[in-house]
Design a protein around this ligand. Structure first.
Ligand code: ZN
Length: 166
């Protein structure tokens, strides 16, 4: 392999497949049924542990990375709950049940939460990210990478396959 192999660095567009497992080895998420995920590297599009693991990799590389909560979705905070109006739940099923994961529309964008208790017009939710406090294992495969275009850098997101279409 020559020294001019393109390697993942800041301001590169990286496309990868991933499978995400919990500590018990249960598959939680996979990109395999769809298109690879496309990210603009160095923008915090992925959790810090994964971003760090991508650094310096080349297209075609497969690797595993174990991510602690500190480099993942953070520690789980006890009693971090809030009562929200049902109208602020986005795309939630009509019949809500405790334990369901839904998204709340907040000033900072969509936030995944877990339903604790359901009232007639309000819902008590756990604001911890569903994967907070978890040690996560990713199996990664870098599909391809390229330098970002000036337009992508200006917009701070990926255009084309796996990114924004505009
Ligand atoms: Zn754009």
């Amino acid at each position: 392999m020559s020294d001019d192999t393109l390697r993942v660095a800041r301001d590169h567009v990286v496309r990868f497949h991933y499978e995400l497992f919990d500590e018990a080895g249960v598959l939680l998420e996979s990109s395999r049924e769809g298109e690879p995920v496309a990210v603009l590297h160095g923008q915090g599009d992925v959790i810090p542990g994964v971003e760090r693991a991508l650094e310096g990799r080349a297209a075609g590389e497969r690797f595993q990375v174990t991510v602690s909560p500190e480099e993942g979705y953070g520690a789980r905070r006890e009693d971090w709950t809030q009562r929200v109006s049902k109208k602020h739940l986005a795309g939630a099923p009509r019949r809500l049940r405790p334990g369901m994961q839904v998204a709340v529309d907040t000033d900072q964008g969509m936030r995944p939460v877990t339903v604790l208790k359901v009232g007639s017009s309000v819902v008590d939710v756990d604001l911890n990210h569903p994967m907070a406090g978890m040690q996560l294992r990713f199996e990664m495969e870098i599909v391809d990478l390229r330098a970002a275009t000036p337009e992508e850098l200006a917009h701070r997101h990926v255009h084309g396959a796996g990114g924004h279409a505009h």
